[in-house]
Design a protein around this ligand. Structure first.
Ligand code: IMP
Ligand code: MG
Length: 178
């Protein structure tokens, strides 16, 4: 897989440091709230499991899956709920764990959905944020790295389902998808 990567943007150690910092920030803000950690499948699994282990407090975990990227590098615009939560989130404090915020459509869709179910609060922790790519107004409160608008893979991020298991985050060579 390494041969398909143009450049490594964040090493395993950079990612580890970001997870420790985010875990500590979330611990500080949520240690007495028993939050529901809502991990957005599939990419979010990697950093969610790293971050919750930095939180020394009661929390519950649940999973949601939506599809917006239908296999390529461009957002399709339409979002489908592929797998729903299986807990009642009414009056609960939610931390949404999203691998990357790009146009913002996915995040907005999920935030609105959870808010409509009566969550006490919904905030977002995103490992990566591409603020210049935003097409809808939405914000992640906790961010690992702000990045330019480039297509990245690794540490949960995929291209056509592959590269998620790379231990670092890198820029995919453009000839892989052109
Ligand atoms: P948005 O709805 O455009 O914000 O897209 C969010 C989703 O698109 C993320 O949850 C990712 O699954 C996917 N995505 C956005 N940018 C990238 C990228 O650079 N690499 C891999 N997946 C991405
Ligand atoms: Mg995603």
């Amino acid at each position: 897989m390494d041969q398909d990567i143009d450049r490594i943007l964040y090493s395993k150690s950079d990612i580890n440091k970001a997870c420790i910092r985010l875990g500590q920030e979330l611990h500080q803000a949520y240690h007495d709230k028993n939050p529901v950690i809502v991990c957005v499948l599939t990419g979010g699994v990697f950093f969610t499991t790293d971050i919750v282990r930095e939180m020394d407090c009661n929390l519950e975990m649940n999973f949601i899956d939506v599809s917006s990227y239908h296999g390529g590098t461009e957002s399709s615009g339409s979002i489908d709920l592929v797998r729903d939560l299986d807990v009642d989130i009414k009056d609960r404090d939610i931390i949404l764990m999203e691998d990357i915020v790009d146009t913002g459509r996915t995040l907005k869709y999920i935030k609105d959905l959870l808010s409509s179910r009566g969550a006490a609060s919904v905030s977002t922790c995103a490992l990566l944020d591409k603020p210049t790519s935003r097409l809808v107004e939405v914000r992640a409160e906790y961010v690992g790295f702000e990045i330019p608008s480039e297509f990245l893979v690794g540490y949960g991020l995929d291209y056509k389902g592959i590269y998620r298991n790379l231990p670092y985050i890198g820029i995919l060579k453009s000839d892989v998808y052109t």
